[in-house]
Ligand binder design. Sequence first.
Ligand code: FE2
Length: 159
Amino acid sequence: MAEKIDIGISDKDRAALAQALSKALADTYALYLKTHGYHWNVRGPNFSSLHALFMDQYTEQWAALDEIAERIRALGEFAPQSGGAFGNLTAIKDGDPENGWEAMVGELKTDHETVIATLGDVIALGEKVGDDVTVDLATGRRTAHQKHAWMLRSTLGAK
Ligand SMILES: [Fe+2]
């Protein structure tokens, strides 16, 4: 059954927004997974604080996945749901458990910057097509990733 979707956004714009949000979802998933892996595998004299910091950050991102995916559904499109689909959509590379702690923290910091850029594309599109709900969601996600990036920079002794 093909019910018409009339939520104040054109079909074309709904599809484009869902595509942009799918990239943000895939980036968030990949960075969630990497952060959780580094929570397990980080080593060094500051193990305890990094283990806890990574847990805070992966927990926050885990909750966000559902919000982003359900926004895609509210737009009337399907959310990507497999590891393969996320792998094709994300710009974030897998983590390496052999990395030292500084490499782990530096990589995660750069990855948050990648998600921030992806979310910037979502915001720009949302503003262009007048989807204030998606803009609001992506702005909230940017706030969270900017805070995560700050904490990782500070861990490295940077500004
Ligand atoms: Fe744990």
